[in-house]
Every structure is written in structure tokens, then in C-alpha cells.
Design a protein around this ligand. Structure first.
Ligand code: OAD
Length: 252
């Protein structure tokens, strides 16, 4: 066992009757996925995320915004799930009940073998029509990721612009996923919060909800996370080191 992980924390995870795992950009960092703000480089370096990731920005300049997401989608194809994603998938397999909630728009949890992932901020891989919301499946991007403006495709149903299937600033989170996430947070006995700054609401409420409902809450982050409740812990370190230990030190 890792010397810094108290036995009570190991037990809370490994003996949970209902474990909630709540992930953010930090769980994908060791796969090489840039966080939201780090991804604003090159062509888009001058932009503020709140300027680029909005419906207004897309209406003003669809090619600029679509090009940014197409570049990120191409980068995603070149990375692999890491040991933290795989340890999370193992916890899902071995524990009686695990709800996996992510703020990430990548598919690395699914590629690591996780199922029923609640994507609170949508997905880079589920584009839909800006006007009629009809899903618009896309082939994997060919060739090297390129930083360029790209005209979005047109919807085959109504002719509107196709937009990324992510939640933009100012937009509502997917209702069913959010309701399921809140319900799980309020009924679990343990919640593991991995690699999130906890700054973006309403997702950031999830660990607090679990604490208030009496669950043990464990944060995994290289930075210290302030703890406010008796059964709340901050495990300082990268997800790729800590999460496999919590999952029983095992990898496959
Ligand atoms: P952030 O980029 O805000 O925070 C990432 C967190 O991961 C930070 O607290 C880092 O310290 C931590 N971290 C970095 N490397 C890590 C590692 N190897 N292991 C564990 N943790 C590590 O990402 P999120 O909290 O996911 O929203 O951001 C939430 C939302 O903000 C995103 O979903 C996005 C953005 O605006 C939308 O797109 C709607």
C-alpha cells in the first residue's frame, strides 16, 4: 500500500456499496490530452475560452470554432487511455455498484473499458446540428491534426451548420445525465473525485453533495484540495499513481 494512503481510505473505496467516481481533465492529462485552457494554442492562442466555446462565437465564425474542435478531435485519436482510466474500469468491474461521472469530452474512459459513463459536458465525438439538434456522425479525421479554420458540414436534414456535441459556456448541461449524477452523489457511500479543479458549476457541486449526504469523499490531485468535512480526504499525487493503488494496486 502507498504509505500516504490511510487504510480507512483504501477500505472506503474497496468496500463501497455504491462508489461514485467523478473525473476531470486531470485524469486524461497523463494520456497527453491537453486541458481546455492548454488547448488554446497556435491559431487560437489569442482567444479566451469563454469567447471560443460559446454559441455566439460559433454563429459569428463557425469555421474558426469548428476548426478548433476538429483539431482536438484529431489529437484525441492519437492518444490512449492511461493506467488511471484502466484502474477506474477495474473498480467498475469488481465493486457492486459504481457510477462514473466525467466532465471530460474525450472517450478515454470508454476506450479503457468503462461503460455507462455520464458525460456532463458532452463529447467531442457526438456532433449534432446547431439548428435542429439531429446527430451528425462523422468519420475519424484523416491525416495529421492541423490547426486551421474549417467550415463545418451541413446537416443532412435541415441544412443547418453541424456543431460539436459539447456543452458550451452559457448552455444547460444534459438534463438526464445531470439528474443521474446528482442522484448518485446523494445516495453513494463513497465518492472519488479525480483530476478536477472543482471550479465549473454545476458539476463542481457533486463532491459537496456527497459529503453532505454522509459519504466519504476522496480527492486525487497533484495539488492539495481543501477538505471541509470529517470524512473528506485529499490524496496528493498524479491519478496514474494513486488510482491504481486505490483499485488494489493491480493493472491489466
Ligand atoms: P481543469 O483544467 O480546470 O483542472 C484540471 C485539474 O487536474 C487541476 O486541478 C490539476 O491540478 C489536476 N491535474 C493535473 N494533472 C493531473 C494528474 N496527472 N492527475 C490528477 N490530477 C491532475 O479541468 P476540469 O476540472 O475538468 O468545461 O474543468 C472542468 C471544466 O472546465 C471542463 O469540463 C470544461 C472547462 O471549462 C466545459 O467545457 C463546459
Amino acid at each position: 500500500m502507498h504509505p500516504d494512503i490511510p487504510q480507512s481510505v483504501m477500505d472506503a473505496v474497496q468496500q463501497a456499496r455504491h462508489l461514485v467516481i467523478f473525473t476531470g481533465a486531470g485524469v486524461s492529462a497523463e494520456s497527453g490530452v491537453q486541458t481546455f485552457r492548454d488547448a488554446l494554442t497556435g491559431l487560437w492562442a489569442e482567444f479566451d475560452p469563454a469567447q471560443l466555446a460559446t454559441a455566439d462565437a460559433f454563429m459569428r465564425d463557425p469555421a474558426q470554432v469548428w476548426g478548433w474542435y476538429e483539431w482536438r478531435r484529431a489529437l484525441l485519436l492519437r492518444v490512449q487511455p492511461n493506467v488511471a482510466h484502466r484502474a477506474i474500469a477495474r473498480l467498475q468491474r469488481v465493486l457492486p455498484k459504481v457510477t462514473l461521472i466525467t466532465q471530460n469530452v474525450d472517450d478515454l474512459h470508454e476506450r479503457a473499458g468503462s461503460s455507462a459513463v455520464l458525460h456532463l459536458h458532452g463529447s467531442l465525438l457526438a456532433p449534432r446540428c446547431f439548428d435542429c439538434a439531429r446527430p451528425h456522425p462523422l468519420a475519424p479525421p484523416a491525416g495529421e491534426p492541423v490547426q486551421q479554420a474549417v467550415q463545418p458540414p451541413r446537416c443532412s436534414s435541415c441544412g443547418g451548420h453541424v456543431r460539436p456535441g459539447v456543452v458550451w459556456f452559457g448552455e444547460e448541461l444534459p438534463e438526464r445525465a445531470l439528474a443521474a449524477a446528482f442522484a448518485a452523489a446523494q445516495s453513494c457511500d463513497c465518492l472519488l473525485s479525480i483530476g478536477t479543479s472543482g471550479l465549473v458549476h454545476p458539476a463542481a457541486l457533486i463532491p459537496t453533495m456527497a459529503s453532505r449526504a454522509g459519504a466519504t469523499v476522496i480527492h486525487v490531485n497533484p495539488d492539495p484540495v481543501p477538505v471541509r468535512h470529517a470524512a473528506e480526504y485529499s490524496l496528493q499525487g498524479p491519478a496514474g499513481l494513486i488510482v491504481p493503488l486505490l483499485a488494489g494496486g493491480w493493472l491489466d
